[in-house]
Design a protein. Structure first.
Length: 171
């Protein structure tokens, strides 16, 4: 069971690293505009599920998987992180960075669970929860909902924290 948790933490950490690199490239001006294509969410889900399947096979193989499959797992995890950050516009990058920070906190908390180190686990949970709350507050203040919640029809009601503010709020 520990190896499943470890593989999930590696998936989260690699995706966050790749997302950070794309966010840095957007802020540095290397990527000028969002990259979107038809079926992007479907392909992102396929890459994510492929990374999960490869990670599960590595754990089930019990050390007999080889370095090729481990490398393929990390390539899929990194590709998933890139696919998360590519469709985001430059103005929404701070929200994405905050979201990726909360992912990193989650990965650290899970690593602390595997290592049975309560200090690492608590630090990861605090970082992950604070990052999630910061992301939600930033998204609400900037009127950004595409980063956290996919586009919804106008009649759909999201959580109160993500709804559009009724009046102008000081920052």
């Amino acid at each position: 069971m520990e190896f499943y948790i470890l593989m999930l933490a590696n998936l989260i950490g690699a995706a966050a690293l790749a997302g950070w690199l794309v966010a840095w490239a957007k802020l540095d001006g290397l990527i000028k505009k969002p990259w979107r294509f038809t079926g992007q969410r479907f392909y992102s889900a396929v890459v994510f599920l492929a990374a999960l399947a490869i990670g599960t096979y590595i754990v089930v193989a019990d050390g007999e998987a080889g370095f090729g499959l481990i490398g393929l797992f990390f390539v899929a995890a990194l590709a998933f992180g890139v696919m998360i950050a590519l469709p985001i516009g430059v103005t929404d990058v701070p929200v994405v960075i905050s979201l990726l920070n909360s992912f990193t906190g989650l990965a650290v908390g899970v690593e602390g669970l595997v290592l049975q180190n309560s200090a690492i686990m608590i630090a990861g949970v605090v970082l992950g929860s604070a990052g999630t709350l910061l992301t939600l507050r930033m998204a609400r203040a900037m009127n950004v909902t595409d980063v956290i919640v996919p586009k919804q029809p106008r009649h759909a009601r999201g959580p109160a924290l993500l709804r559009q503010p009724r009046k102008e709020q000081p920052v």
